[in-house]
Design a protein around this ligand. Sequence first.
Ligand SMILES: [Zn+2]
Length: 82
Amino acid sequence: MQILAELIPAFRLYGVCIPCERMELLDLGALVQSLGRGATVSEVRMRLRCTQCGVRRPDLRVVYVGADAEASSFSYRRDGVL
Ligand SMILES: [Zn+2]
């Protein structure tokens, strides 16, 4: 079981809707904040719903982006949340 908080340093989480052929980057930091530190990827999936077609539980894709991804694009707040 993958823990969301552990993905933040080196992974991106995408929601994938097959009917719409959409792939949307999810905000891991915000998900951890709302679901809690121990939340898992499958818990996110249970709650997800495609905003375009309304399909529930779209696929999730975890993409490895490397340990320096944080520095290059996102700056997640370390204080408070994690
Ligand atoms: Zn959709």
